[in-house]
Design a protein around this ligand. Structure first.
Ligand code: QUE
Length: 350
């Protein structure tokens, strides 16, 4: 029996094409998928026949829901080696795309979360459609907003990135343009025409994008931008929660209720990660930091418990430990963020 590859890669008339092909898992990334993409991108970097790279997904649903969470949890419950190998490979892919010398285009025509964000956000052109749903949902499973979240989220306007990280909020196309996640908008009915046009004439890609550009409507987030700026710009997760409690609005009560379901450990990890990532001088420095965090958190209680509650048993009743942000000590965070032994640190592709 021959199985279809989880990522389809090929060159079509000067276009390096990468098509995610794991539809049953909403194209969630495996280590193998990351390797296949690195291999293709590395070969095309110095291949004059490739003028631009187009990343999309096969079939109808999703762009990329994240990573292979069940594998990460199984590995984390044991020695964690396979989980570290996944992060190491995935972050190399993120970094390769960040510095890629050719035009890269991601078509986010569906769910784009976690690992899918790491794949699309470094691309030069990031196309949203009316089917795009963007989120960094990791606080809900005790993981953390990785794949470059430490770099991109603190660079969004008005602390919206920290709000996205702490609440796991899902946003659509117009908001994706507002925060810089998307550079362009197409109606999904025009996506096939766009791709066919790019393959017919790669040099006309930008013209085509302008011609087909749709109207995503008004961004709903704009209505809450002032509150987000004022509250999520405070100096700690505790201060943010206190400010939300002091606020008399439905919106503030909703944010509090949502954050009440998330891992206190992850919220405090994300807060520190975004402060450090916001000050990082290079994307590689940020990814090396995220790798330390990832190597630690996959082996901790909250991740294993979050995956049990949200992904495996689906009771959606995770029992976080510590149960409150006040219980998450600076010493715990220091352990999670500590440098790895020499030889175990993340490094970009040679
Ligand atoms: C947090 C996550 C993920 C998640 C849910 C979270 C994640 C991920 C998936 C997912 C969803 C649907 C699938 C699938 C995976 O859900 O990373 O295979 O079919 O991949 O709250 O980080």
């Amino acid at each position: 029996m021959s199985e279809e590859p989880e990522v389809l890669t090929r060159i079509e008339n000067g276009v390096g094409r990468i098509t995610l092909n794991r539809p049953k898992a909403l194209h969630a990334l495996t280590t193998n998928m990351c390797r296949l993409m690195i291999e293709a991108l590395a070969a095309w970097r110095d291949e004059p026949a490739v003028k631009l790279v187009l990343i999309d997904h096969a079939g109808e649903r999703g762009f990329c829901a994240g990573g292979d969470i069940r594998m990460l949890a199984e590995s984390g419950a044991g020695d964690g080696a396979a989980a570290r190998e996944f992060f190491h490979t995935e972050y190399r892919l993120n970094h390769l795309l960040f510095h890629y010398p050719k035009y890269t285009v991601a078509v986010m025509d569906g769910v784009t979360m976690g690992g899918g964000v790491g794949l699309s956000r470094p691309c030069r052109f990031r196309i949203a459609t009316e089917r795009t749903v963007f989120a960094m949902p990791e606080t809900g499973i005790g993981l953390f907003p990785d794949v470059g979240g430490g770099w991109y989220l603190p660079r969004m306007p008005d602390h919206i990135g920290l709000w996205l990280a702490l609440t796991g909020a899902r946003i659509k196309a117009a908001d994706c343009e507002l925060v810089g996640v998307a550079t362009d908008y197409l109606e999904s009915k025009d996506v096939e025409r766009f791709k066919a046009g790019v393959v017919a004439d790669p040099a006309a890609m930008e013209t085509l994008l302008t011609e087909l550009e749709g109207e995503p409507g008004r961004p709903p987030l704009a209505a809450h931008q002032d509150e987000i700026k004022r509250i999520f710009g405070l100096g700690s997760v505790e201060a943010i929660l206190a400010a939300l409690r002091a606020e008399d609005s439905d919106w503030a009560r909703e944010q509090l209720a949502v954050m009440g379901t998330k891992s206190p450990q992850t919220m405090k990890v994300a807060f520190r990660q975004l402060k450090l990532g916001g000050a990082a001088r290079s994307f590689a420095e940020n990814m090396a930091l995220e790798y330390r965090i990832g190597a630690r958190v996959v082996q901790r209680h909250d991740f294993l418990e979050g995956v049990r509650a949200v992904i495996v048993e689906k009771d959606n009743q995770p029992r976080w430990e510590p149960a409150t942000v006040e219980g998450v000590t600076e010493a715990m965070l220091d352990e999670i963020f500590a440098p790895l032994p020499s030889g175990e640190a993340w490094t970009p592709l040679p």
